[in-house]
Design a binder for this molecule. Structure first.
Ligand code: NAI
Length: 253
């Protein structure tokens, strides 16, 4: 059977991904600060804001995997350094720890966000932070280079560019890395997004679309990208937002 490591499996999108994998007969190793309710194969408690905690957690996990599904994330209501550590630095650190642990043909899927849409304007700074070699150096770069706006958006810009920039390197090793960029999803962190991005923005999208995404809407795309059906998609990010990003880009809303 297939084996997947899933971060963020205790809630929301990660919970849905874990349930779907288990229902399909796969083994799921969970990394989260909270205990998942899904009947996972193994759960390891971790604080993804800490490199030591991540390494200690990975030490408790044995064997190789068909996929790393990096779904955990924190909203902009958390302290900026935590947001950047969990949403950007941990994503990169775990992906690179998995060079050794992926089976041939294995893949990494990262959940970033449509909130990272502004990355082309900040590409130079993003490339600088991604040029750091370690989690600690990345955290130091972040302290030394305060960014404008919400750290959540910045952290997702970094994560989106990381995915795009690593496709060829992963391909060279016989792996893939891709991203899913959701718009608002009905999960516990949606209220935090109302608080940081404005109720009008979040509720306006719900009004426009008739509903927010469900965790399942997003989980299905994560599983598609991790599957053999997506074998020629690499270094790519897919918006899962009911059509709003395309509408904004084409100027139709
Ligand atoms: P959620 O809050 O339901 O789940 C997040 C999970 O990550 C939780 O299980 C939490 O315990 C875990 N986590 C957070 N910080 C952690 C830490 N320091 N150490 C270990 N585990 C930690 O949120 P949701 O919506 O399922 O979010 C999943 C991903 O989707 C995140 O990366 C989020 O940024 C992204 N996203 C969510 C959107 C939404 O509207 N809900 C929109 C766009 C992106």
């Amino acid at each position: 059977g297939k084996r997947y490591l899933v971060t963020g499996s205790a809630s929301g999108i990660g919970h849905s991904v874990a349930e779907k994998l288990l229902a399909a007969g796969a083994e799921v190793v969970s990394l989260d600060r909270n205990e998942p309710t899904a009947a996972v194969t193994q759960h390891v408690k971790v604080d993804l804001a800490s490199r030591e905690s991540i390494d200690a957690a990975l030490d408790q996990v044995e064997g190789t995997f068909d996929g790393l599904l990096n779904i955990a994330g924190v909203p902009g209501t958390a302290p900026p350094e935590t947001v950047f550590a969990v949403n950007s630095l941990a994503v990169r650190h775990i992906a690179e720890a998995f060079f050794e642990r992926l089976n041939p043909g294995g893949s990494v899927v990262v959940v970033s966000s449509t909130a990272g849409f502004g990355w082309p304007e900040r590409l130079e700074a993003i490339r600088e932070v991604l040029a750091t070699d370690t989690f600690e150096e990345g955290a130091q770069w972040f302290r030394d280079h305060p960014q404008t706006g919400n750290t959540y958006n910045w952290s997702k810009e970094v994560s989106t560019v990381y995915i795009h920039s690593m496709g060829l390197a992963f391909g060279d090793m016989g792996f893939r890395i891709n991203g899913v960029l959701p718009g608002p999803v009905q999960t516990p962190i949606l209220q935090d997004f109302r608080d940081t991005m404005g109720e009008d923005t979040i509720d306006g999208l719900e009004e426009l679309l008739g509903r927010h995404a469900t965790p399942e809407d997003v989980a299905d795309v994560v599983l598609f990208l991790a599957s053999e059906e997506a074998r020629w998609i690499n270094g790519e990010c897919i918006n899962v937002d009911g059509g709003t990003s395309g509408a904004v880009l084409s100027g139709s809303v």
